[in-house]
Design a protein around this ligand. Sequence first.
Ligand code: FES
Length: 347
Amino acid sequence: MSYSVKIRQSDVPLDVAMGDTILAAALAAGVPYPHGCQSGNCGACKSRLHAGEIEMSPYSDYALTDAEKGSGLVLACRAVPWSDCEVSWLEPDEVVAHPLRKLHCKVTALDRMTHDIIRARLSIKAGGPFNFTAGQYARVHFADLPPRDYSMANLPPDGNAGDGEIEFHIRAITGGGVSTFVQNDLKVGDDVRVVGPYGISYLRAKHTGPIVALAGGSGLAPVKSIVESALAAGAEQPIHMYFGVRAEQDVYLEDHFQNLAAKHDNFTFEIVLSEPDGDTERRTGFLVDIVGDDFTDLDGAKAYLAGPPIMVETCAGKLKDISVRNEDCHADAFYTEAEKAALNEAT
Ligand code: FES
């Protein structure tokens, strides 16, 4: 038994087996449906239900608010049809549709950036060209371990640099088999498979209003790509970047961003420590409070956020309070596998 689901952006009617979600059926059928976490936590698969009945499996309020639900929006990754349906995914203000690539890569460099973050540089040996938009991520397969999602930290290939190379920032996670492998066993010359790009929290290059870029921990990777892409493209609007970390030992790439700030009058960069070890000349506190202190009205601005879920959720709430519209807030919360499992159990 199955239901027929018409997706407005696709010519192919979809058969969704009883109990399956619209997103799972679409991806299995090769329909490039926008998505991220696939577990009701990120909102990337937000869609409008035009006709029919669906039942939603549990999801986080952050991914879909009650008001959005009341206005007819659903999450395709949680939406199980109970009749034939018609849906459309929400069109971002600028749609990027890069072909999904399966790349064979080799590790060309491994650099320890902090006590728990490794920068891995890969060269693409087959399966390219790999086009993506700054802020997107890829699914990375190391050895025969389960895949993990990491954001590209480099400029897309049509930028000023980075053709044929991919850069990921990989943080060690307690009990994380993949990140432990990367920290201890990955070597230059190793083969890595990369599938992507994915994600919709990418740079909206046509936007000319101010940009606020908030990175927490290894969330620096996509924010780096976004900020550098905007500057490389000649963006002239103010770009305010904040990098929030716990303590001094977690700071990395400071010189890199200070150099960018020295070159571009419209770019500011600030490091914020939430738990400094002792006296410090840096700003301290949580990014949510720093944003509240520095801005009272960001109407017309776009915000890009990437980092731990608590940072992303609190900052997104604060940005809304100071007039950043929902559609102008592009957020990637990095859930660990353990966090995803806990959320799935709790919901
Ligand atoms: S993909 Fe549906 S909420 Fe993340």
